[in-house]
Design a protein around this ligand. Structure first.
Ligand code: HEC
Length: 128
């Protein structure tokens, strides 16, 4: 019995470690995008449902972005924005090097971890 349980546990752990990509949660993604301390997206982007006095306008309005891009294209824009505009001011969500003006407290840490990236993608897809 104990052996079986151990086996089941080992199996569960293994599945976790082998790491199917985390599944995104759009509601969490919405919070990340709207947060001025987590995603920082609103510093530059108008975002539907976020009051415009709080939103920056350096980047395009994210309204409709889920209709303009599929998930793979959205992922590329978040992970490697410089690929589309070498002079872009948009930070990569996952890089820890080559970013500009990173606060000391964030040095060496990506803007979003793997789960947060999936959450943000799930949310962006709902903006149609
Ligand atoms: C420092 C400003 C800045 C921040 C912070 C920022 N962006 Fe951007 N983003 C831009 C700019 C500017 C563009 C326009 C393309 C370019 O010049 O790079 C852009 C483009 C995009 C695009 C493509 C939109 C289109 O219609 O072409 C998406 C999607 C996007 N950003 C999502 C995000 C998300 C999600 C976050 C937060 C995790 C974020 N951005 C954070 C500035 C920013």
């Amino acid at each position: 019995m104990t052996g079986l349980l151990a086996l089941a546990l080992a199996g569960a752990l293994q599945t976790g470690a082998a790491g199917a990509a985390p599944v995104g949660d759009a509601a969490r993604g919405a919070q990340i995008v709207a947060s001025r301390s987590t995603g920082l997206c609103v510093l530059c982007h108008p975002v539907p449902g976020v009051q415009s006095v709080q939103a920056g306008t350096l980047g395009p309005d994210l309204a409709g972005v889920g209709a303009r891009f599929d998930r793979a294209a959205l992922r590329q824009r978040l992970v490697d924005p410089a690929r589309f505009n070498p002079q872009t001011i948009m930070p990569s969500a996952t890089r820890t090097e080559g970013q500009q003006r990173v606060a000391a407290s964030r040095q060496g840490r990506p803007l979003l971890d793997a789960q947060q990236l999936e959450d943000v993608l799930a949310y962006l897809e709902t903006l149609r």
